[in-house]
Design a protein around this ligand. Structure first.
Ligand code: THU
Length: 133
């Protein structure tokens, strides 16, 4: 699928710019909106460790900053053999902007390894509906 290829390419490009001198674990992410726009993000670590930002948060911030607020697909890529699934906080961030068809793709250097629905990653989530939004 062309959009998935483009999403993977955007996430890999972002991963190459990741600032991860402490963990040495570079992560890239890319968001695809229903309008077909793509936003990339990478992890940005900090000497004050908790201040670091995940790749998913970075991509979602870029999306919102550009005026979009719906995620059709998000792809996360990292090196190594394990699945680079989003952390708990990023699952909540993804959930905020998800639609019924949203898919979360987890990739390694060779491509997508697994795809999830938001509900699989964060069941029984608290969201806008809880606040009547
Ligand atoms: N990291 C992400 O950016 N996304 C994930 O899904 C998992 C972890 C980052 C945070 C930190 O900079 C490094 O990977 C090691 O945890």
């Amino acid at each position: 699928m062309k959009s998935l290829d483009s999403l993977f390419a955007a996430a890999r490009a972002a991963q190459a710019n990741a600032y991860a001198p402490y963990s040495r674990f570079q992560v890239g992410a890319a968001v695809l909106t229903p309008q077909g726009r793509i936003y990339g993000g990478c992890n940005v670590e900090n000497a004050a460790y908790p201040v670091g930002v995940c790749a998913e948060a970075s991509a979602i911030s870029a999306m919102v900053c550009a005026g979009d607020n719906r995620i059709s697909e998000i792809l996360v890529v990292g090196d190594g053999d394990t699945l680079v699934t989003p952390c708990g906080a990023c699952r909540q961030r993804i959930s905020e902007f998800s639609i019924s068809s949203t898919r979360i793709h987890i990739a390694g250097p060779g491509g997508v390894r697994h795809s999830f629905t938001p509900d699989e990653l964060l069941p029984h989530s608290f969201g806008p509906k809880n606040l009547g939004v």
